[in-house]
Write a protein that binds this ligand. Sequence first.
Ligand code: AMP
Ligand code: MG
Length: 413
Amino acid sequence: MHYETPSMVSITEARELILNRVATLPAEDVPLLDAAGRVLASHVTAPFDIPTADNSAMDGYAFATAAWTGKPLRTCGTLPAGEVWRGPVAAGEAVRIMTGAPLPAGCDTVVPLEETVTEGDAVRFTGEVTAGSHVRRRGEEIRAGERVLLAGALLRPQEIALLASLGNGTATVFRRPRVAIIATGDELQEPGSHVQTGRIFDCNSSGIAAQVMEAGGVPLRLGIAGDDAERTREMIRRGLDADLVITSGGVSVGDRDHVKDAIGQLGGKLLFWRVNMKPGKPVAGALIGRTPLVALPGNPVAALVAGELFVRPALLRMAGHRRIFRPRVTAILDQEIYNRGSRPHLVRCIVEYRDGCYHAVTTGEQGSARLTSLTTGNAILHSPPGTRIPAGTAVELGMLGRGTAAGWETPWP
Ligand code: AMP
Ligand code: MG
């Protein structure tokens, strides 16, 4: 199969070529907890005031200041949260009230228990009393009809709580991307089986699936296509129902590298092939019909690093996220890094917060088949070709995992 082979592109170009082909997925209504971590697809308006009524901010005594002479008050009853006071509170009387209980009609002030002394059924206030204090007013936080969350908002725990407080049992969010995952290579065996001589376990399918899940997508593992041209093509064809297809391996220049041919046979178009980086040069981006495909390298580190760079932002965009890139940190490099090669290196590093700033060192040997160069690290440094970065230089690193720039991995406060 012959068609024009695109030339090698930069990391930025490859990422843009894929991002330009992915659109935000349609919205769906899901149970509130399924919406956690996802992106709101429509504005949310408050159906009622919050608080819904004037209520007590403290456990204490509620009374009307207008008719108060300053003398001790007679306790005329107790009002727990969840109940409503029916009837009047006469001049000279107070209601023992619990936090959150709606203020009895006519009362305007609550004095906290800590500032009272009781004698029989009388209550005396020990401190200064300010009219209107310790009362949460109806609608003081949110008014009925007010827009409280905008479409595009990330639903963190606090937004989920806010939606629940407004009575929502469901939320309208962008759909999760469904991602078909295919491994290639006759040498591969399913983990959990007994490994035969000369063969290795397929770790890319699992690693990529976990990466997809971390980005909020739904992985659909289609299995191992081996090095069979027809099976590779048919598995990719089956994957086209998904929102994105990911293959690993078989996209280099070997006799058994069938992924590019399969893309052509299925009427697909290569957006790029080969990216100027190490690890991860043999990567392709393609479009088959309307379905984007990312062909990742076979070497496990290369596959995961390329997945991090090209797949993760695309999945986040599909799910409606506005922030689709990882946080970065600036760290002091504690060792020299010298890239003697001709391609940019993506160096796996360990970033630690120590003595008031971040420090970075490499994870050691950087072979693209050495998964431990990733498992022992938490960040990636972009090291330009033919360049020496001396120890002591302040460098920027992309963080893997949940780390953010400030206070990373340090308990706070
Ligand atoms: P390839 O690009 O298909 O030649 O693969 C490059 C290297 O990655 C070879 O050593 C493969 O055995 C290895 N490899 C390919 N796919 C996987 C996989 N799914 N799991 C583990 N290693 C793989
Ligand atoms: Mg192979």
